[in-house]
Write a new protein. Structure first.
Length: 168
């Protein structure tokens, strides 16, 4: 998928298989600081349409400098896309098939962090509540139709729905 474009794809079982492949590579090569590798985001929810880019959460022992994973992840072909800031809670890497065609976003966070809790809480809520999953899918389609080239507006439009469902 081209970066910056909001283009939803129908839900696909291929996303779980793709995550399994990524998980296998990460788990086999992970440094000892990695305590969990999770499929997060919309592609982790069966039956939910999504941008066809996997989101992978990597949890590290608390106190581990997130930048200490740079060598490992860039050695696997990932590109550093951003560090933790006031806006973004994690250190993010992109796994791209070719420049500007992203396959996965990899988010590195501390185990036990509020950020990891939020990722997992929303995923688990949508998996357990099909009506909310379907409502979220409809919202995503409406926002993608309104903001096909404005990823930030698309993200902002989902914020209230996400916050109320994950128990913030």
């Amino acid at each position: 998928m081209r970066r910056g474009v909001v283009d939803l794809a129908p839900a696909s079982d291929a996303w779980a298989r793709a995550f399994a492949g990524i998980h296998e590579v990460l788990a086999e090569t992970a440094p000892p600081s990695v305590v969990a590798i999770e499929h997060i985001g919309s592609t982790s929810v069966p039956g939910l349409d999504a941008k066809p880019i996997l989101d992978v959460g990597i949890a590290v022992h608390p106190g581990t400098p997130l930048a200490s994973l740079d060598g490992w992840l860039t050695g696997l072909g990932m590109l550093l896309r951003g560090d933790a800031t006031d806006v973004r809670p994690d250190r993010m890497y992109g796994y791209e098939l070719e420049p500007m065609i992203r396959l996965a976003n990899v988010h590195v966070v501390e185990a036990g962090s509020e950020d990891l809790r939020r990722y997992l809480a929303f995923r688990d809520h949508l998996r357990a509540h099909p009506a909310d999953r379907d409502a979220y899918g409809a919202l995503k389609h409406a926002l993608a139709g309104r903001h096909p080239d404005d990823r930030l507006a698309y993200i902002d439009g989902k914020a209230d729905f996400i916050t109320t469902r994950r128990g913030d």
